[in-house]
Design a protein around this ligand. Structure first.
Ligand code: G3I
Length: 325
């Protein structure tokens, strides 16, 4: 959800009807909450949290440390780049603790750290936090979140995927998850963003699936729970008519969800938006033919698409979770 959507009554009626769990797309990020030095702005996050409370929705928090250089507030980078590491550690602990405490029991699951692994190398990204504090930045964030929001689930969230080009990313995330366990960092779950593409030959699906299961099997063997945190299916390069594209998106989405739902450790399925026209992909990755993308369950006119039916089918066919009665 985005605060801009709150004024769109049809949109919010749809969210109300379709979702049991919601998440703010941007409003709890550091570049919003800590946009200005020495003050924290919870107003946008509170607006969405209030809506969730009023409508009886569970709320996920996203994210306490988006560890990518381009999303760290500029004033923060400028102030701490040459400061002692301990000063940055104090700021980070204070920030995470204050934010987790502010939202308190309203948030049942936090993306504490987001995207700290460099997909090109599998190493930790080159950010101010990692340069100055290394792994301690992550330890501090998870520890502060646990201390100040002990009721919540604490998640490491990233976009490693089943694509062949994602092998280094997957390996890097596995290494990180192993280190969390080895050093008793309080991390409960892996958030698998699941921004997948509908491109490609369906006959290569089993190879992709085999690789991906190898990764997920190792994650659950370490005792992590799983979440799908940001599901969408891009039709960036899928050709043909709108109905061909929608069918391809639905088929790939269904295959992916069937596989993921076969893991009983999977707790949540969140789409990154419900209606195509609000999708981040429209701006970040436009189609070469300039047609609007169709990556979400509802079209621009708020009509349900084949992806909506595919999600419902996948959920209906999924093995029951322990939490279901
Ligand atoms: O609000 C301004 C608006 O006033 C202005 O007119 C417009 C012009 O570009 O920009 C608007 O802000 C944009 C904001 O989204 C709200 O739509 C920002 O420029 C844009 O950078 C921001 O993008 C968000 C992106 O993260 C970066 O924070 C996307 O909405 C959001 O969907 C995306 O989400 C990320 C997850 O957090 C992490 N995983 C990947 C996912 C997709 O990139």
């Amino acid at each position: 959800m985005l605060t801009g959507m709150l004024a769109d009554r049809r949109m919010m009626a749809l969210v109300d009807r379709e979702c049991a769990v919601v998440v703010p797309e941007n409003e709890m990020k550091q570049y919003v909450v800590a946009a200005h030095a020495d003050t924290l702005d919870f107003v946008p996050g509170d607006a969405l949290a209030d809506w969730a409370t009023r409508h009886g929705k569970k709320l996920r928090g996203h994210t306490l440390l988006w560890n990518r250089a381009e999303y760290i507030p500029r004033w923060l980078s400028e102030r701490y780049a040459d400061a002692p590491a301990a000063a940055l550690a104090t700021w980070l602990t204070g920030y995470v603790g204050a934010t987790a405490a502010h939202f308190g029991a309203r948030i049942h699951s936090w993306d504490v750290v987001n995207e700290t692994v460099d997909p090109a190398t599998g190493a930790l990204r080159d950010t101010m936090f990692n340069r100055k504090l290394g792994f301690d930045a992550l330890r501090l964030a998870f520890t502060a979140a646990r201390e100040r929001a002990p009721h919540a689930q604490h998640v490491y969230n990233d976009y490693m995927s089943w694509d062949a080009g994602s092998a280094k990313h997957r390996a890097g995330v596995l290494k990180l998850l192993e280190r969390f366990r080895a050093e008793a960092v309080p991390v409960d779950a892996l958030g698998i963003q699941s921004h997948i593409g509908a491109e490609g030959d369906m006959t290569t699906m089993s190879e992709r699936e085999r690789e991906w299961r190898g990764f997920v099997d190792l994650v659950v063997a370490m005792g992590y729970r799983l979440l799908i945190t940001e599901f969408d299916v891009s039709d960036h390069s899928v050709g043909g008519t709108v109905s061909t594209r929608d069918a391809q998106v639905a088929a790939v989405g269904k295959a992916y969800l069937d596989m993921m739902l076969s893991y009983r450790q999977l707790e949540h399925l969140l789409c990154w938006g419900l209606v195509d026209r609000y999708s981040w992909l429209q701006n970040f990755s436009p189609r070469p033919d300039q047609q609007p993308l169709r990556p979400l369950p509802y079209d621009a006119g708020y009509g349900a698409k084949p992806l909506r039916a595919a999600i419902a089918e996948a959920l209906k066919g999924a093995p029951r979770r322990a939490s279901q009665s």
